[in-house]
Design a protein. Structure first.
Length: 381
């Protein structure tokens, strides 16, 4: 994997973005923002799933601006993670969100208004010390840029972003991060590559309108994963039509696949063939379901035969290699013993939970890493 491009750093609340900081995972609530209690409940679920930054929509609600400001303030004060206000159509909503104490703003160059309105927002954000994301979407490009290019292109997306950045910079505002999203994966990847060459601001990656969970996960993994593998990107949001908690799980899975984060179980399993001696699919799926909320970074291998099984199981923190009637369990590279097939699930769950407790105990003393790494560095079990 390519070395990550070193970008400027901005702080979204207490979360660093860019400047070599770990890639962070974001999501967006879908509860009514004016319902603070419901929104805070969803934010708590997102936080528990591993979300580090949350975005909330700030809708135009005529006559209830004071109520919306109060609700935003309650959300910001009660949220366990930084809150970013997502603003469209009316720059006054951005000013309202700043008054409520949000940790970040997202504005869309295609619909936030003219240059003077952007300047007003920039100056207010500067006074508050709040970063702004220039969030360009293929579906809402400025009319003149869209007319000039004929349709959304990578060049059009980047031109829109650079124009907005220039306005912010003309105000002396540099606390910026940028995104250039489209629902087309090739278009998104091309636009981010081009933008990465043009600016050193941190980049927020995503494939917009990615779709329902199955197709959206694939689109996001391909688009976001390709860019991260090239060293591009500082924070990500997976956009799925569904429960936003699933966005966080997919985002973390992308980072885990690229070994950019160690959080929660990483379950590997063989694809099965005629040599397979275990019901690998059922065992791996049930392990993934039962351990999905575990925070310890355990690599668990579920292998069905003797070809690659012992090797993969030995390299994992915890693994099993299937035999005819039994499976050989490995713990931190060492064989533990043979267990009947119908006992393997409970044995693996028991060992995984025990190893997770060991990890949490080490984490409490400030020494983290995988269970296998801890053993290799001589740390106590």
């Amino acid at each position: 994997m390519s070395v990550r491009k070193l970008t400027r750093r901005v702080m979204i609340g207490d979360v660093p973005v860019g400047g070599g900081a770990p890639v962070s995972v974001q999501s967006m609530t879908n509860t009514p923002t004016q319902d603070a209690e419901a929104t805070l409940g969803q934010i708590q679920r997102l936080h528990e799933a591993g979300c580090q930054i949350v975005r909330v929509a700030v809708p135009a609600l005529r006559g209830v601006e004071a109520k919306l400001r109060d609700s935003l303030r309650r959300i910001v004060e009660g949220s366990p993670i930084p809150v970013v206000a997502d603003v469209h159509f009316d720059h006054r909503l951005a000013l309202l969100a700043l008054e409520a104490g949000v940790h970040g703003l997202r504005i869309n160059p295609g619909n936030i208004g003219g240059e003077e309105k952007v300047r007003e927002v920039a100056l207010a954000a500067m006074r508050k010390g709040v970063p702004i994301r220039v969030g360009v979407n293929a579906g809402s490009l400025p009319r003149d840029i869209l007319a000039r290019h004929g349709h959304p292109t990578a060049e059009a997306l980047v031109e829109s972003a650079l124009r907005e950045i220039e306005i912010l910079e003309s105000c002396g505002f540099y606390d910026i991060k940028v995104s250039v999203k489209a629902s087309s994966v090739p278009l998104t990847v091309s636009a981010y590559r081009m933008l990465s060459e043009a600016v050193d601001y941190p980049l927020h990656l995503g494939v917009s309108e990615a779709g329902p969970p199955w197709t959206g996960t694939i689109r996001s993994a391909v688009g976001i994963g390709a860019l991260l593998a090239e060293g591009i990107g500082d924070t990500i949001r997976v956009s799925l039509a569904g429960d936003p908690v699933e966005e966080v799980r997919v985002g973390l899975a992308i980072l885990k696949a690229l070994e950019l984060v160690r959080r929660g179980p990483d379950i590997v399993a063989c694809p099965t063939c005629a040599r397979c001696r275990l019901d690998v699919a059922a065992l791996a799926s049930e392990l993934e379901r039962r351990l999905r909320d575990l925070r310890a970074p355990l690599r668990i291998a579920v292998m069905g035969c003797s070809v690659n099984g012992p090797g993969e199981a030995r390299e994992a923190d915890l693994g099993v290699a299937g035999g005819r009637e039994r499976g050989l369990l490995f713990r931190k590279g060492e064989p533990v013993g043979w267990y009947p097939k119908d006992e393997l699930l409970e044995v693996l769950l028991r060992e995984a939970l025990r190893m997770a407790e060991e990890f949490e105990a080490r984490a409490a003393t400030g020494s983290q890493g995988s269970a296998r790494e801890d053993d290799e560095h001589g740390r106590p079990d």
